[in-house]
Design a protein around this ligand. Structure first.
Ligand code: PLP
Length: 400
């Protein structure tokens, strides 16, 4: 599917054609996005919002156009609910600080899950330390699915926020976020969804989900690094204070004190990444030109095909096998360290990720030193999977 749009996929690595299967870490960029970056800097680069001159007005309209495009993309009620950030980590840190300042007090509890990325653990731990609050996590069942019975037991008057991944970046498994949101909302507890691994692979509709916050990164969805999103329902964003001070986020600054700008600007201190937002807009247009139906069907077929081929191999253990997945598969080969597998695959031009994938608590629960992770983008195809399996079999022969 549209491999030709991604120039980097013509590269060779160690003299072999590149097979890029590390999309959960970051995706490659289509020419349309690369062109957008060049266009921005060569035709209308200028600081936004403050200028009366032509270029500044063009740059401002591109940035605000991107905000509207993101709002439409995730079906937010209004573009005011879209805060541009540096990425998922930045969004979660901003939320942890701002939400924490307004709503977290000594003894309060925040719930995450047992399979979170460190980005959805550490900011909450830091908040809990600051406020003497408690971080709880939903335990996993034997099959690495979330134990929702245990989740019900964790919810109480002390719970002030639930924050969970939509798709596990280690296992690729799609989490029951609808049920989590329903259970939390029954107690009027807001829910943040970490969409870093879902938004690039499926239609995520914040109104249908009814999540209170959604965070994601541009660079995992064919846009550049350094641009991401914090979506929040207006009623929540209005109640929480800014996490950073500076230009843009103010209404008036006096020695006697400062009043803050309206949404979403109160959360965007300093010059924003307006080239990044424009390129993100182009990435969204690129995704929409192919269409979610085609992308989801293609990636589902590829993931199932790869998982099937992996399970046919002697000694290969696929984690979370048989569960519904979104473009990510983790596995190990008996008695072989994942790092060794990754190194031998790299020598054959196949890029995968090995290690704990920034999810040490999950890896500890799994009782392994790490995993080998393959992850797909819309441009991957069955030939990539076949090349990967062939390279893996060669690696396995060399290591056993
Ligand atoms: N959350 C999940 C589920 C992720 O997979 C990642 C990145 O891999 C992050 C958060 C952090 O994203 P970023 O590094 O773009 O801030």
């Amino acid at each position: 599917m549209n491999k030709a749009d991604f120039p980097i996929l013509n590269e060779t690595v160690h003299g072999r054609p590149l097979v890029y299967l590390d999309n959960a870490a970051t995706s490659q960029k289509p020419q349309q996005v690369l062109d957008a970056i060049v266009e921005a800097y060569s035709r209308w680069n200028s600081n936004i919002h403050r200028g009366v001159h032509h270029l500044s007005q063009v740059a401002t309209s591109k940035h605000e156009g991107a905000r509207q495009a993101v709002a439409d993309f995730i079906n937010a009620r209004s573009a005011d609910e879209i805060v541009f950030t540096k990425g998922t980590t930045d969004s979660l840190n901003a939320l942890a600080f701002s939400f924490g300042e307004a709503f977290i007090h000594e003894g309060d509890e925040i719930i995450v899950s047992g399979l979170e990325h460190h980005s959805n653990i550490v900011p909450w731990q830091m908040l809990c330390e600051r406020k003497k609050a408690v971080l709880r996590h939903i335990p996993l069942r034997e099959d690495l699915s979330l134990n929702l019975e245990a989740f019900k037991g964790l919810l109480s008057e002390k719970t002030k926020l639930v924050s969970v991944a939509h798709v596990s970046n280690v296992l690729g498994t799609i989490q029951p976020v609808e049920e989590i949101i329903r259970l939390a909302h029954a107690r009027k507890i807001p829910v943040c969804i970490d969409g870093a691994q879902s938004v690039p692979h499926m239609r995520v509709d914040v109104q249908a989900l009814d999540c209170d916050f959604l965070v994601f990164s541009g660079h995992k969805m064919y846009a550049p690094t350094g641009i991401g999103v914090l979506y929040g329902k207006r009623e929540w964003l209005e109640q929480i204070p800014p996490h950073e001070g500076g230009g843009e986020m103010i209404d008036h600054v006096r020695w006697s004190g400062t009043t803050y700008n309206e949404l979403p600007y109160k959360f965007e201190a300093g010059t924003p990444n307006f080239v990044g937002s424009y390129a993100l807009h182009k990435a969204i247009e690129y995704i929409e030109s192919i269409g979610w139906e085609a992308i989801e069907a293609h990636e589902r077929e590829l993931t199932e095909y790869c998982e099937k081929r992996l399970r046919e191999l002697e000694g290969v253990n696929v984690y979370g096998a048989g569960h519904k997945k979104a473009g990510v598969i983790s596995f190990n080969i008996a008695a072989i360290h994942p790092f060794d597998v990754g190194t031998l695959l790299d020598q054959q031009g196949v890029a995968v990720r090995t290690g704990h994938h920034c999810a040490e608590p999950l890896i500890d629960t799994m009782g392994v030193p790490g995993t080998v992770r393959v992850s797909f983008g819309l441009y991957n195809d069955k030939e990539d999977v076949d090349a990967f399996i062939e390279a893996l079999q060669r690696a396995q022969r060399m290591l056993t």
